[in-house]
Design a protein around this ligand. Structure first.
Ligand code: THG
Length: 603
């Protein structure tokens, strides 16, 4: 399929002046409106229609609405935020009428309308203020509420597809996807959704620092019609990044590059022939299902692309179901043959006295050092917990995650958001562009709360740890651990379609050798539960808080380390594939002095 080309550069060719942008309706508006291209959907609809028609005549299967600045956030600078819904609706209507006219002329060739949800001119992951890296000039909630207006307008105007495009900050995109799901729920139906990111330069990252695979992980909770790349780079430069995305994606893949990189004057030089050849190469290599062009392209580019890909087979969608992919700025893939995944435990106010003191003293700079140290020591995720009675946990979680987002050597890894309060978890999810893990949910408060929380998490795209905890309390026998996890799994997968690969069981690591007889089998019971859970649910994962097991040896670090090593040695063999650990302090089983090791084995 072929998507149309650029709207903005086409509009420029009309040389419209201030009065033309205003039309009669906005003649007395208090702010200049020249350059507000999307407003033309209201004031000069025939021009917008004319551009759509030219792209359709050039052979585009899909035309994109003229809504690249239609969000309330972007319209704010013109004083027209309140028009987001109306502009979106009219934009979809104009494109719909042109597409339908074409389809009516040749019913064997149906044409479609993609409603564009643009990135906005603000970014939820980056601070605009060099002196305060935790500051943001837009929040997830503001973006989500704004995108809801756009989605509603595009749907009401008759769009066939919603296109979350030119994503330079994946947190903005997640807010758009969240809003879309809310709107689908409100109107009781769905449209296909495409999500297209943009790679800023040859570093191969989005503006907010994600690789294509990490971007994919962050948006793949939505059953996308296609995931892709557009804008920024020229078609030839786009190929390696598209190849990376295509190798990962279990959705269709789309690509619509700019007509080259902008030249010194901000213009675009790539000829229709050159662009068509580069796109043909991508299509030939089986990298894409949907192609088109972005900034600087004209109907001539579309015509050349249509010719170039005519008769080529689309990319084959891989049949096999995806394994777990989490992300920070980079992707963390967990395959059946992956080694044990270390989750850093130290960024936890209840798990580390030092970290707690730093947060309480407002020394976030040094607290970030704790996170950095965990990553340097090999943590592949970091567990962040701010549950402390004396703290404003929501504010602390928000501030710490906003700060992490600006530190590429920490933000590289996915975040595990650890809290027993759902409002803290949600605050954290609104600050992380990657695919996070939520730690944790459980059946403690019954099925309704469990499902409600799980549904919400899914909308943010998070994976989840499920604790073996139900209405009766924490599971301490193998039988109860397994049966609670089993019940949780069925509820998640059957009632809300939670993917098995996004479920992580935690069958409770309790302290052993406490002096209380009943506690003696706790480690073994955990290990046996791992074995059974991994057998029943091979696509899901089993994790646990490793340092819990040695609580009764607090203060005796060499013994604690030895116990952890022996515990992990057996638990990993039984199927535990992730664990919350003190990343710098993991000991190798074979290097534990024999006498100590035997003692730990007995325990
Ligand atoms: N399952 C899940 N999440 C969890 C746990 C779990 N989160 C918290 C905890 N358990 C895992 N994290 C820790 C972190 C630190 C310690 C234990 C578990 C620990 N800390 C030292 C102590 O208390 O002796 C702190 C010493 C210090 O202050 O430096 O042992 O099971 N899903």
């Amino acid at each position: 399929m072929v998507l149309d080309g650029a709207m903005g550069t086409m509009i420029q060719q009309f040389g419209l002046d201030e009065a033309a942008f205003r039309g009669s309706r906005f003649r007395d508006h208090h702010h200049d409106l020249k350059g507000d291209n999307d407003l033309l959907c209201l004031t000069q609809p025939q021009i917008v229609a004319d551009i759509h028609r030219r792209f359709l005549e050039a052979g585009a299967d899909i035309v994109t609405t003229n809504t690249f600045n239609a969000t309330p956030v972007s319209q704010h600078e013109y004083g027209l935020s309140h028009l987001a819904y109306e502009i979106s609706r009219e934009a979809a209507r104009i494109a719909r009428a042109e597409a339908d006219a074409c389809t009516a002329r040749d019913p064997s060739w149906p044409r479609f309308v993609a409603g564009s949800l643009p990135p906005t001119n603000r970014t939820a992951s980056i601070s605009p203020d060099v002196t305060d890296p935790a500051h943001r000039n837009v929040t997830f909630d503001e973006l989500r509420d704004g995108y809801r207006e756009n989605a509603r307008g595009l749907i009401d105007g008759g769009a066939d597809i919603l296109l979350v495009e030119t994503v330079f900050d994946t947190l903005n995109a997640k807010a758009a996807l969240f809003a879309i799901e809310e709107e689908f729920e409100a109107c009781g139906g769905r449209l296909p959704v495409i999500c297209s990111g943009t790679i800023t330069d040859l570093s191969g990252r989005t503006l907010s620092g994600q690789t294509p695979e990490a971007f994919y992980a962050s948006v793949s909770h939505v059953p996308l019609l296609a995931v892709g790349l557009n804008c920024a780079l020229g078609s030839a430069q786009m190929k390696p990044f598209l190849a990376a995305l295509s190798a990962t994606s279990r959705f269709r893949v789309s690509v619509y590059p700019n007509a080259g990189l902008p030249n010194a004057f901000g213009g675009y030089d790539e000829s229709p022939e050159a662009m068509a050849a580069a796109i043909r190469e991508m299509a030939d290599d089986g990298l894409a299902n949907l192609v088109g062009s972005c900034c600087g392209s004209t109907p001539e580019h579309t015509r050349a692309i249509v010719e170039a890909v005519r008769g080529l087979p689309p990319r084959r969608i891989p049949a096999q179901r995806g394994y777990t992919i989490l992300s920070g700025l980079e992707a963390l893939r967990i395959r059946p043959d992956s080694n044990f995944i270390n989750i850093g435990e130290r960024t936890n106010v209840t798990g580390s006295a030092r970290f707690r003191k730093l947060i309480q003293a407002d020394d976030y700079e040094a607290a970030l050092g704790v996170a950095r140290q965990q990553v340097e020591d090999g943590a592949q995720l970091i567990d962040v917990n701010m549950d402390e009675g004396m703290l404003d946990s929501v504010a602390a979680m928000r501030r710490f995650l906003n700060l992490i987002a600006t530190e590429p050597d920490i933000a590289r890894v996915p975040i595990m958001i650890d809290s027993s309060k759902f409002e803290v978890i949600e605050a954290g999810l609104k600050c992380a562009q990657g695919k996070c893990v939520v730690n944790s949910i459980s059946l403690k408060e019954g099925e309704a709360a469990f499902l409600d929380h799980a549904r919400r998490l899914r909308r943010y795209g998070a994976a989840v740890i499920v604790m073996a905890f139900d209405e009766q309390g924490q599971a301490d026998t193998v039988e109860r651990k397994v049966s609670i996890c089993d019940r949780s799994y069925r509820l998640l997968t059957e009632r809300i379609g939670f993917p098995p690969e996004d479920i992580i069981f935690d069958p409770n690591v309790f302290a052993v050798a406490t002096g209380i007889e009943d506690h003696n089998p706790y480690a073994l019971d955990f290990i046996e539960a791992c074995r059974e859970l991994k057998k029943r649910f091979p696509l899901s994962h089993v994790s646990g808080g490793v340092s819990n097991v040695s609580f009764s040896f607090r203060g005796n670090e060499p013994v604690r380390r030895a116990i952890h090593a022996v515990f992990l040695y057996h638990a990993i063999r039984a199927g535990m594939d992730m664990g919350i650990v003190n990343a710098g302090q993991l000991e190798v089983y074979d290097q534990i002095p024999a006498e100590l090791r035997e003692a730990c084995e007995d325990v």
